[in-house]
Design a protein. Structure first.
Length: 480
């Protein structure tokens, strides 16, 4: 299996080559040269599989440059009831991603039972094991430099802690994250984890990470890498739970299921698209946004118009105005037309927009009309909707959901169809977002007992000014 760039001007590579890299050299994103497709008989056999078996069945079709036994061992080590142990009442940790049924035909898929209580653990934990494996083979080293405003940083740190050959340098803004989110990161005292707390805002953190990555000699000399949401291995790992949920929500493969996905960088819902391309009978993929509704505008009108300003909302992990994985979907939508993708992103990258109603599709009609062939629909949610949904779900079903999941459920219900099971992706646990829960319900969210005193544990962090030279000096001193 080769991987090629959405812009067609970078060399084709194998899975292990793109594992540690970011963007392709031509600025595009790597995608499989063709999506492997399961036959009806193969899908039938998958119905009886547990999470680890399913993960191997799916990932072994996308990864063919890691020996099968090694891949299986990495998967078996990752997807255990011990890693994904923060299950709620009535959930079975052995399911890894338990399906919670609110009422017949309406479900929430618990994806946030991992160490950081957000769905990012589903892929990041595997990534940690893959990195250690690949670096072990080559004797290489990797210094991961990233910026976080919440969930990604902690998921990366928990995935990489104690991993040989890997160090993490995570920049976070001094203010803006919840106390729980800060404590999750800063309470890690592993030698290979470094929290750089920046006297500044998230955008400054991100700009400094970009400045480090753009200094190519520095990047090469200090083996700087990233674990951002365009990482193909993260997408591949996320496609597995669509299979798991499908089989849990249906009795037979003649049925189809719709998924509602709280979206920001378009990684989660794109993983659903990959599962659909691999033959999983998915009816609709429902893209749910918050007040940052660039994607909703696109799916409703065909116009993709990233905004210069990102709004700060009460579902902060979706506060994104430029969805980094979206190019992968448009690549497929265009019939894998690399010249078209280059054209469209030339406009976007110079601060403009595009309108797919004005671009012809290969088979006739416009590219906008082709979206229906891929089952993608959308909607958006705002603060009042979110609070309302958290309250209603608690009152009617006795289930507490976090603000992001609430956005997903609100939009999912608008697209619900009779006879088609609807699965809403639960992307975080309510414990991470106490303020929103208090506002909606007047009570504190439930929290795993083990994490009860998280905020009072000793912390390891380095506070510094928003000065890229200071960050680089820190890297030089600690990169080993
Ligand atoms: C990252 C995140 C999202 C958005 O997922 P994407 O893959 O970026 O679309 C939604 N909810 C939560 C809680 C997240 O952490």
């Amino acid at each position: 299996m080769n991987y090629l760039s959405t812009r067609g001007l970078a060399p084709q590579l194998r899975f292990s080559d793109i594992l540690l890299g970011g963007l392709a050299d031509d600025g595009g994103l790597y995608v499989p040269e063709a999506y492997p497709r399961f036959t009806a008989a193969e899908l039938e056999a998958m119905r009886a599989m547990n999470y680890r078996e399913l993960a191997f069945a799916v990932l072994s079709r996308l990864v063919d440059d890691i020996p099968a036994d090694d891949l299986r061992a990495l998967i078996d080590k990752t997807y255990t009831a011990d890693v994904y142990r923060y299950v709620g009442r009535g959930e079975n940790a052995a399911d890894i991603t338990p399906l919670k049924t609110l009422e017949p035909g309406l479900h929430v898929l618990a994806l946030s039972n991992g160490p950081t209580l957000a769905f990012k653990d589903m892929a990041m934990q595997l990534l940690g094991n893959l990195f250690e494996y690949v670096l072990g083979k080559t004797g290489g080293e990797l210094n991961i430099v990233g910026a976080t405003s919440g969930d990604t940083g902690s998921a990366a740190e928990y995935a990489m802690r104690g991993k040989k050959g890997v160090r993490v340098f995570m920049l976070s803004p001094e203010h803006g994250m919840t106390r729980f989110q800060q404590a999750q990161m800063y309470a890690l005292r592993d030698d290979n984890i470094h929290n750089l707390v920046i006297r500044g805002v998230f955008d400054q953190c991100q700009d400094m990470v970009k400045a480090v990555a753009n200094d190519l000699p520095f990047k090469a000399k200090y083996h700087i890498g990233a674990v951002n949401s365009i990482n193909w291995a993260r997408v591949a790992a996320q496609s597995v739970y669509y299979f798991k949920a499908y089989f849990a929500a249906t009795h037979s493969n003649t049925q189809s299921v719709s998924f509602s996905v709280p979206s920001g960088n378009f990684g989660n819902v794109y993983a659903g698209h990959v599962a659909r391309q691999m033959g999983l009978p998915i009816n609709k993929l429902i893209v749910a946004t918050n007040e940052n509704d660039v994607l909703d505008e696109f799916f409703k009108t065909g116009v993709y118009r990233p905004r210069p300003e990102t709004k700060h909302t009460s579902s902060p992990s979706m506060d994104i105005s430029k969805a980094s994985n979206f190019e992968r979907f448009v690549f497929d939508l265009s019939g894998r037309d690399v010249a078209k993708v280059r054209d469209l992103w030339r406009a976007v990258e110079s601060g403009g927009s595009f309108d797919l109603k004005t671009h012809a599709a290969p088979g006739g009609g416009s590219l906008f009309e082709r979206i229906a062939d891929f089952g993608m629909v959308s909607g958006s949610s705002n603060h009042a909707n979110r609070i309302d949904t958290i309250r209603t779900v608690y009152e009617v079903y006795g289930t507490m959901i976090d603000p992001h999941t609430a956005d997903g459920l609100k939009v999912g219900l608008e697209h619900r169809e009779p006879g088609v099971p609807l699965v809403c992706m639960e992307t975080a646990q309510p414990a991470k977002f106490e303020d929103a829960i208090r506002e909606a319900l007047g009570i504190d969210p439930v929290r795993p007992a083990e994490l009860a005193d998280l905020e009072t544990q000793p912390q390891k962090k380095h506070v510094m000014d928003a000065d890229v030279d200071a960050v680089k000096r820190f890297l030089v001193e600690h990169a080993g």
